[in-house]
Design a protein around this ligand. Structure first.
Ligand code: FUL
Length: 697
């Protein structure tokens, strides 16, 4: 008997030692360079070049090297900021569409070598690559194929120069992790003084095969970005998101090289033929380049957090642009926003809850310990749970000893053998019952789901469709703290007001007299009508720990629901309500090419005691018609006018904030604002929003 038992043990031991083969690869697979790139997740774009000094987004190419003159350029500061922010690398616009080169290239005179910066002895690529090394960051380059400066653009000679520029960049500055080729080819340009429009065929002109060969020869580990590859793809939007369904594979031959079908880039192709994962690029400000007028438009924390979850959380890498300013530094506002994002994300993922907990799966490949369920929470990304070949639907459950609060799940597939999962569900066991939390499609390198906090005794992930046996390397669970940000005070066109916060578990308290609210103040429930002027002050409070946000304050005057724009000197009167809709983002403008000062007249529907007026300039990315000098008149009957104020909106073009002008108290039902001087070549005037300051009755 003893002998028999011993034999049995030996048999079991031998069986479990026999190596079970890993699942067969499915579909196109990532190369080593892809795998290294996926691990980076979050890195910086820096747009800094001639445009920084000309206040442009697309320079014409006719700029002079003498215009490139930063006063405090410090690539070390960029690297420090990126590192502190948790980023893993920096990609620099070595040459943008205007053709100015940030390194002393041999291919053109249009470079730093002819600029006053460091007396023409500077090399920004050298400075930045060294700073990146010092801070342990990867270094990448953006090289625009389109060159509006080059006289030979459009001819084969230019392509030879372009290739030579690439060679210089990939030879002289150490390891490069990513080479970024922009798809833009606008046509018109300076082109050595020809000032004309030149069209090329983007699919053939740049000799992409040769371009790729150069990168492979000089930097075999670098990934090549363009709208559609060959290694990684644009996500098809600059707004900062990937679709929830996001395949890292695409039918590349249909879209590369050349003009891609943008919308498809957001999700990839389920039946893709090449590994072509998405990079989500967006700027921390409206523009890619620095403009002082956008200092107040740095993306808010809620917006940045959303972008994080909709890029990294949706199987994409996050390339966040920092428009370095004309000093040559990352602006203080941008740095503050980056650090706020870092702190928030760190807090969300502070304590991982799944590690070491009991895990069970409905199927384990060959019953082998090499593919056991515990591989998903062993903290080791190279091990994975896998199912048998015929099993493409299975459950994996992580159990807690006691009910545990959870509101985030991180899922990762073992992508070296392909992206597989097509559909899955997440459930939580609450009081002994299973509740569905989310139903989703793809996972890929990484998927993060946010959901309302549940007190769960177990979390189950059920894959219902996959392209092959399952291979999941990682599952993490977290309880992110409630998201505490100052409430957003919004006034609707009808006069009602909302005080919104991104997290519905957070409470909001407010006052209407400018005093600081406490938890004893009015608690916000829903949109409310505000028909009297008020200084609204609101705070958000996390009921879990009593923590309070900073206070948000906004002065709001009488409702405009009965207001009407009754005349304008030109432009479409039927859409003129856009200047009194309470939303400065929605603008209205007079006709183009007008030569006389433009004015608008508003009937407020009833008489008010006025003591001032307000003007929001247009908030568009490419603003126009901003009133820089104004005349403001009032009337009680719409016939007899009284000019109550005339003056200048100082610095309004650079700082496009709401302007408030006070004047001697006066009764009025009609108001008139005239653009005595406007920013631009003609007298066209634009209006983000017009308002009044009334005397409280
Ligand atoms: C676009 C360019 O035209 C913009 O100027 C910017 O460089 C952005 C990242 O890509 O296509």
């Amino acid at each position: 008997m003893k002998k028999y038992l011993a034999l049995c043990f030996l048999f079991v031991f031998v069986i479990s030692c026999i190596e079970v083969a890993p699942p067969e690869p499915v579909g196109p697979l990532p190369a080593e360079r892809h795998l290294a790139w996926h691990d980076l997740q979050y890195y910086a774009f820096v747009h800094f070049n001639m445009n920084t000094f000309t206040d442009m987004e697309w320079g014409t190419g006719g700029e002079k090297p003498s215009q490139f003159n930063p006063s405090e350029l410090d690539a070390g500061q960029w690297a420090r900021v990126a590192k502190d922010a948790g980023m893993k690398g920096i990609i620099i616009t070595a040459k943008h569409h205007d053709g100015f080169c940030l390194w002393p290239t041999k291919t053109t005179e249009h470079s730093v070598k002819n600029s006053p910066w460091k007396d023409g002895k500077g090399d920004l690529l050298k400075d930045l690559s060294e700073a990146c090394k010092e801070y342990g960051l990867k270094f990448g380059i953006y090289l625009s194929p389109w060159d509006r400066n080059a006289g030979n653009y459009g001819e084969p000679e230019y392509v030879a120069d372009f290739h030579e520029q690439l060679r210089e960049l990939l030879t002289n500055y150490g390891d490069v992790f990513e080479v970024w080729f922009d798809g833009a080819n606008g046509g018109s340009g300076y082109y050595g003084g020809a000032n004309e429009t030149r069209k090329i065929d983007n699919r053939t002109y740049y000799e992409w095969d040769k371009t790729t060969e150069i990168v492979r020869e000089l930097q075999p580990n670098a990934v090549i970005f363009s709208d559609a590859g060959p290694d990684i793809r644009w996500v098809g939007t600059e707004e900062g998101f990937a679709n929830e369904t996001n395949w890292s594979v695409m039918r590349r031959d249909e879209i590369y090289p050349g003009w891609p079908r943008y919308v498809e880039l957001r999700s990839g192709h389920e039946d893709g033929t090449h590994w072509l994962p998405a990079e989500v690029n967006t700027s921390i400000r409206p523009g890619w380049y620095y403009h002082p007028r956008e200092d107040h438009q740095v993306k808010t924390l809620p917006r940045l957090v959303k972008t994080y979850y909709e890029s990294i959380g949706r199987n994409g890498n996050f390339l966040l642009n920092l428009p370095v300013d004309a000093r040559g530094l990352v602006h203080e506002n941008d740095e503050a926003a980056l650090m706020a994002l870092k702190n928030q994300i760190d807090a969300d993922f502070e304590t991982e809850l799944a590690q070491g907990k009991k895990v069970t799966a409905t199927d384990v490949r060959g019953n082998s310990s090499a593919y056991e369920a515990e591989n998903v929470n062993d903290g080791d990304n190279s091990t994975y749970w896998a199912t048998n070949d015929s099993i493409t639907a299975a459950d994996i459950t992580i159990s807690f000893d006691t009910p545990t609060a959870v509101n985030r799940i991180v899922l990762q597939e073992h992508i070296p053998i392909g992206q597989r999962v097509q559909r899955f569900t997440v459930q939580a066991e609450i009081d002994g019952k299973w509740k569905t939390i989310d139903k989703q499609t793809t996972i890929g390198y990484k998927r993060i789901l946010r959901f309302d906090t549940v007190e769960a005794t177990a979390i189950k992930v059920s894959v219902s469709f996959a392209k092959g046996a399952l291979a999941i390397s990682n599952i993490e669970l977290y309880k992110a703290p409630n998201f505490l940000t100052p409430p957003d005070i919004f006034r609707y066109a009808k006069g009602d007001v909302s005080l919104s916060v991104p997290d519905k578990n957070v409470e909001v308290y407010y006052t209407l007299d400018g005093s600081k609210p406490t938890t004893a103040s009015e608690k916000y429930q829903d949109r409310f009508m505000l028909d009297q002027p008020a200084m609204i002050t609101a705070i958000a409070v996390n009921p879990e720990d009593g923590k309070q946000s900073a206070a948000a304050t906004r002065y709001i005057d009488v409702p405009k629901s009965n207001w009407k724009v009754i005349s304008t000197s030109s432009g479409d009167l039927s859409t003129a309500w856009r200047m009194i809709d309470e939303n400065p983002e929605v603008f209205w403008a007079t006709d183009e090419k007008v030569s006389t000062p433009q004015e608008v007249v508003i009937d407020m529907g009833k008489t008010h005691e006025l003591k001032g007026f307000t003007y929001w300039p247009i908030q568009e990315r490419y603003p126009f018609g901003i009133i820089t000098e104004y005349a403001f008149s009032t009337s009680t009957n719409g016939k007899n006018w009284n000019q109550v104020s005339k003056g200048e909106f100082a610095n309004i073009v650079n700082s496009r904030l709401e302007q408030t002008v006070y004047f001697q108290k006066t009764e009025a039902r009609y108001i008139k604002l005239k653009g005595v001087k406007v920013d631009g070549d003609d007298m066209r005037a634009s209006f983000g929003e017009l308002g009044v300051v009334t005397e409280v009755e």
